[in-house]
Design a protein around this ligand. Structure first.
Ligand SMILES: Cc1cc2nc3c(=O)[nH]c(=O)nc-3n(C[C@H](O)[C@H](O)[C@H](O)COP(=O)(O)OP(=O)(O)OC[C@H]3O[C@@H](n4cnc5c(N)ncnc54)[C@H](O)[C@@H]3O)c2cc1C
Length: 484
């Protein structure tokens, strides 16, 4: 990484010219970037860096360190997740020339159903939208899906096809010399050392690398996290088709400690995902025994003795100090949308990072200006709005009569021509297709709030309304929604 430069000047009236061979300014124009982690954030970073370098006609070597074999089944090779690939991610990927392969898609989702105790509303996918479900690894424990079914394998391959180099190793340590022109050194688990002009941390929040980065001394502090309890329930394709269809079921059952609960259909499994402050296997087992949950499974169904399950963490705040000279952190290890669309967030942070590096190099000042601040603008305010919305959603789950009245209100909107504000709010919130701030602004509309408050008051005055069946709108409830 050296380059020749020629300096000229005048000393004492005499011209001089001197040729020096120096190290090129690697802060401004890095030639080799190492990425720790080949999950979505790392793979997207590698893909986009290579694409931009090619467009700019610049030489850039990108090394992606990833030890997991994503094609293998079970939690060890999996970046544990519910596996919903959102409409916005599909579109963003297509915009950079990457089309999600059919082999990765387990199911194409047609609708979301939001359920509270005794009531539910089905929200149809808008025309043209696409939402897929996928497995991050080769599939759940005991399955025999192949490598080509893994979403993470697919994105890592896309980065490799763009020219990134995959090093199938875990990074054990990172050395960051104080001289900004000296290379960063990564030591892998075999003891081999790798030099790079800059390092991108894309290690997520479930890795020991989080602590190593905090100890690097540039001030990085990892995001605070929530826990999730998740499992894959095997069912036959026929059972899934008849009992779940192509619908994600979001359940707001007001379970203490559980902020979000969802059931996501795959080809031969249903992923059950609970997220909360400290949820674990006990929550999952109790959840699977609830009558509202069992109602979705075949009659007489018993929780299997062995099933694939995991307890991953996910970020609920943004990390602090995510950049330094030659270092930046992307994906979950930096920030994600609050309890939603982590894969999209990985793409957004990766694309902002790649653009920042190509536009101004890997010096701290440039990375603060072009990467860290734009990320804050995208996520911080929006996540506050998301927290507020999800807190209300959770509270409503604990007051089933009000929640049921709101869902009936949403069902009635569907029967009428014209705008459907509550449907738009629920769809945006559940799928993440809209930013939380847009959803909150819509939700705060005084006329909608008045109508919802009126529906809630009527529901509270009318005992037994919570047992209304989903989607079945009685003449009585039609009246509830009229004229308010
Ligand atoms: C229960 C749950 C459900 C979710 N559901 C969804 C969903 O349906 N849709 C959605 O969009 N998002 C979902 N998410 C969020 C999504 O999983 C994450 O946001 C996303 O995986 C973040 O990508 P990442 O690359 O930053 O981190 P990760 O996916 O965690 O990837 C990090 C990678 O770094 C590697 N690594 C770590 N340390 C090292 C090291 N030292 N050396 C080499 N490699 C290393 C790991 O092996 C891993 O492959 C969910 C999350 C949870 C917990």
């Amino acid at each position: 990484m050296t380059s020749g430069i020629v300096l000229t000047g005048t000393v004492g009236g005499k011209n001089w010219e001197g040729a020096f061979v120096t190290r090129s300014n690697t802060l401004l124009e890095p030639r080799r970037i190492a990425i720790i982690g080949g999950g979505p954030a790392g793979a997207f970073s590698g893909l986009l860096l290579k694409r931009l370098a090619l467009q700019a006609g610049r030489e850039l070597e990108v090394l992606i360190f990833e030890r997991k074999e994503f094609g293998v089944t079970g939690p060890r090779s999996c970046n544990m997740c519910a596996g919903i690939v959102s409409n916005s991610l599909i579109r963003q990927l297509e915009a950079v020339g990457v089309e999600v392969l059919g082999s990765v898609v387990q199911r194409e989702i047609e609708a979301y159903t939001l359920e509270v105790r005794g009531a539910a509303v089905r929200l149809e996918k808008p025309p043209g939208a696409r939402i897929y479900t996928a497995f991050r690894s080769g599939g759940p424990m005991g399955e025999r899906f192949g490598t080509e079914r893994s979403f993470d394998h697919f994105v890592l391959q896309a980065a490799i096809s763009a020219g990134a180099q995959h090093i199938p190793q875990v990074v054990r340590s990172v050395r960051l010399p104080s001289n900004p022109q000296a290379p960063v050194v990564l030591e892998d688990a075999t003891g081999d050392e790798h030099e790079a002009d800059a390092v991108i941390g894309a290690f997520g929040v479930n890795s020991r690398m989080v602590r190593s980065f905090e100890e690097l001394g540039f001030g990085y502090r990892a995001p605070r996290t929530a826990t999730a309890a998740q499992c894959e329930i095997p069912l036959s394709s026929e059972e899934i088709r008849t009992l779940f269809g192509n619908e994600v079921k979001a359940l707001a059952l007001g379970i203490p400690g559980v902020s979000l609960a969802a059931m996501i259909p795959k080809e031969r499994h249903v992923t059950v995902s609970l997220i909360g402050r400290d949820v674990g296997q006990r929550h999952l087992e109790r959840f699977l025994q609830l009558p509202e949950v069992r109602a979705h499974f075949p009659p007489g169904w018993q929780v299997p003795e062995n099933y694939c399950h995991c307890r991953p963490r996910l970020p609920i705040t943004a990390a602090r100090n995510v950049v330094a000279d030659r270092v930046l952190v992307v994906g979950d290890a930096h920030v994600s949308r609050y309890l939603k669309n982590g894969l999209d967030s990985a793409f957004i942070t990766a694309s902002l990072a790649a653009e920042a590096i190509m536009a101004g190099g890997v010096g701290r000042k440039n990375l603060v200006h072009r990467y860290a601040r734009p990320c804050r603008r995208v996520f911080v305010w929006d996540n506050l709005c998301g927290r507020a919305l999800l807190a209300v959603h959770h509270l409503l789950g604990r007051e089933p009569r009000i929640a049921a009245a709101h869902l009936r209100f949403a069902a009635l909107e569907q029967q009428r021509p014209g705008p459907k504000p509550l449907n738009a709010i629920l769809w945006g919130m559940l799928t993440g297709d809209e930013s939380y701030s847009v959803v909150l602004r819509r939700a705060l509309s005084p006329s909608l709030q008045l109508r919802l408050a009126w529906a809630a008051i009527k529901a509270l005055c009318k005992p037994g309304i919570a047992s209304q069946e989903y989607g079945a709108v009685s003449a009585d409830s039609q009246e509830d929604n009229d004229g308010h």
